[in-house]
Design a protein around this ligand. Structure first.
Ligand SMILES: NC(=O)c1ccc[n+]([C@@H]2O[C@H](COP(=O)([O-])OP(=O)(O)OC[C@H]3O[C@@H](n4cnc5c(N)ncnc54)[C@H](OP(=O)(O)O)[C@@H]3O)[C@@H](O)[C@H]2O)c1
Length: 292
């Protein structure tokens, strides 16, 4: 029988998180382990747990989640499937959004809410300290420094190991950095959506990990034609793999976290780490967003 080779996330290389954590540069986004509208239980909870166990088998050691996914469902499933966690696993969660219903996300960056959210995540994830805690989104009703300051207090109390941000501008990143070290920024970014390029550049300059959310455009990349389709065909790869390989090549601080509720999609997506695109192909893909 032919020897079976399994692709491992280690092929993507590693990235430093906060000076004392190192993860493979290909993570997993756990938002899709929930029901429709990121609300309630997933349709197939057992497959979701298989996905989480396969994540670890494939060498992925950063899982991204949030208290608001479900809400609570994603964090709970992670603990149910993976606790006790292996030492190398880094779980990055978030607080700062409330969920009045399916597809609805309301910012709440008030200190009392962030404290309660962090306590809830500690309990659900069954940990004493959260490795990476991300402010999910600045709350326009609350001074940004007050929200970040609460995370600094939680860190000083030993409940958070590292502080991170999500959905921020360069200005907000710099303001937060005046208060505390920021280990990562998670903004929407993909081959087709690059409005956060300035934030990515700021992260590159300072060796802050940049975590692009919606890296495969919610699955829509599967039908990409044009240059993406042609390059995919040449390598017998899928457009989704090409989009992820481009992300990995685009910046050394890029840490994609494609999400899925299916083992087959997880394995397909990880295939991107073995796909090395030629410089001319990367340059052609670079042009896609410029052309719109
Ligand atoms: N910070 C924020 O504000 C924010 C916002 C959104 C997301 N996030 C984080 O970023 C992660 C990724 O974002 P995302 O889930 O919105 O978008 P994404 O990773 O671009 O796409 C995930 C969607 O694409 C589908 N998909 C994935 N791989 C596929 C494949 N190979 N073939 C076909 N379909 C595929 C999945 O469906 P199946 O389940 O059917 O595979 C899922 O619906 C989330 O899990 C979450 O951790 C953060």
């Amino acid at each position: 029988m032919a020897e079976q080779t399994t692709i491992n996330a280690a092929l993507a290389g590693t990235i430093d998180i906060g000076g004392d954590l190192s993860v493979n540069r290909f993570g997993f986004g756990a938002m899709r382990l929930t029901g429709e509208g990121i609300w309630g239980e997933p349709r197939d909870p057992e497959e979701c747990k298989r996905v989480l166990r396969r994540v670890l088998e494939l060498g992925i050691n950063l899982i991204d989640t949030a208290d608001s996914y479900g809400p609570q469902v994603s964090e709970r499933l992670i603990a149910e499937a993976l606790y006790p966690y292996p030492d190398e696993l880094v779980i990055a969660t978030k607080g700062g959004l409330t969920r009045p219903g399916p597809n609805r996300w309301n910012p709440n960056g008030r200190p009392e809410h962030l404290r309660a959210a962090c306590e809830g995540s500690l309990k659900r994830l069954r940990v004493d300290r959260i490795d990476v805690y991300q402010l999910h989104r600045p709350d326009p009703e609350v001074p940004f420094e007050e929200s970040v300051g609460t995370l600094v207090e939680l860190k000083n109390e030993g409940k958070i190991r590292h502080i991170a941000l999500s959905n921020v501008t360069v200005d907000e990143l710099e303001r937060a950095q005046k208060l505390t070290p920021i280990v990562s920024v998670q903004n929407r970014y993909s081959l087709f959506e690059r409005s956060s390029e300035p934030v990515l550049e700021a992260c590159s300059l300072e060796d802050v990990a940049f975590i692009p959310w919606r890296p495969v455009e919610g699955g829509e990349v599967i039908s990409a034609g044009g240059a993406v389709g042609q390059i995919a065909m040449k390598y017998r790869a899928t457009p989704t793999q090409v989009a992820l390989a481009w992300l990995l090549a685009h910046s050394p601080v890029m840490l994609p976290i494609p999400g899925t509720s299916k083992v087959a999609h997880l394995e397909e997506n990880l295939g991107a780490v073995a796909l090395e695109l030629a410089p001319a192909e990367l340059a052609e893909l670079d042009q896609l967003a410029v052309e719109g």
